[in-house]
Write a protein that binds this ligand. Structure first.
Ligand code: SF4
Length: 289
């Protein structure tokens, strides 16, 4: 296979994802999120490029994959970068996936996904939106080139109205930046019909830490000791101390319970907090509204 691969969590001891395929129509991502970890291992990451001969390679891979396993799109980029307005590559890929009876999870920060609701409404799919804050100013700083939170909320609502399953990621939670608005965020998405929440704390790598520090120097100065002295290094990331991560994830879970949402944390090691469904929202793929 060339463009669809088995998802590799890099031996993460905390990953609870089911077996899935991974597929990215684009290499790199121009949303430019300060906290992005993919920029630490993909060169020129914030310059987004379409993959060469993508549709031909996808068609070839679709003949070989096990159709019982779903495809996660995308894990190290966004399938709806601004380039997609013009290129419509992701849209063509989705049509091919649907024509080949593939199940898929579509992970995005962009309301452009609404454009493809005609294709998605015929698909076995769950769309997982990432939304870290409702505060426009904070969003402009954290995710400078991604669509604003209100646009994402409107897109979620629109897809749900078209009977398309929607999950949401509050990922990452960064103490001092977005941890105080967890309840408001979950209330807003529960009201529009989102069913499942995935959440995770910020795991620092040096390049994302430096970007965060430049924009939020006071907050990051306060977090420095927690990440680099009191916390632990797992693989190539620096984690907050376990007790703080647990408290944050418990807070998200309790809000989810309050608003009738299922919950799972991502790569935190607190399986006991997870509602017993898939962590990433893939359990919603085959459910019809
Ligand atoms: S949308 Fe995802 S892949 Fe793109 S820059 Fe933001 S965190 Fe990275």
């Amino acid at each position: 296979m060339q463009v669809i691969n088995l998802f590799d969590p890099w031996k993460s001891k905390f990953c609870t994802c089911p077996t899935k395929y991974s597929f990215s129509p684009y290499t790199g991502c121009s949303h430019g999120c300060l906290y992005c970890y993919a920029s630490s291992y993909i060169p020129n990451f914030f310059t987004c490029k379409p993959k060469k001969d993508l549709l031909k390679r996808l068609a070839s891979d679709l003949k070989k994959i096990d159709k019982r396993i779903y495809v996660s799109i995308a894990n190290s980029s966004d399938p709806y970068p601004p380039l997609e307005h013009k290129l419509r590559l992701t849209r063509d890929c989705l049509k091919l996936l649907v024509a080949n009876n593939c199940k898929f999870l579509l992970i995005t920060k962009s309301n452009l996904v609404e454009r493809d609701k005609d294709v998605l409404s015929k698909a076995k799919v769950c769309v997982s939106f990432s939304l870290t804050t409702l505060d426009e100013d904070a969003a402009k700083k954290l995710e400078p080139n991604a669509p604003l939170p209100q646009k994402r909320l409107a897109a979620m609502e629109n897809l749900i109205k078209h009977n398309i399953q929607v999950a949401m990621r509050i990922d990452p939670i960064i103490p001092g930046i977005n941890d105080s608005e967890i309840g408001d965020l979950l209330k807003s998405v529960a009201e529009i019909g989102v069913k499942h929440i995935v959440s995770s704390t910020y795991k620092a790598r040096f390049d994302s830490w430096n970007r965060m520090y430049k924009v939020f120097p006071e907050v990051m100065e306060k977090l420095k000791d927690l990440y680099f002295r009191q916390g632990e290094k797992i693989s190539n990331s620096y984690y907050l101390p376990t007790s703080i991560r647990f408290k944050l994830m418990k807070k998200v879970k309790e809000s989810c319970d309050k608003f009738g949402l299922t919950f799972a944390c991502c790569r935190e090691g607190f399986i006991e907090l997870n509602t017993p469904k898939s962590c990433d929202g893939s359990h919603l793929i085959t459910i019809n509204l």
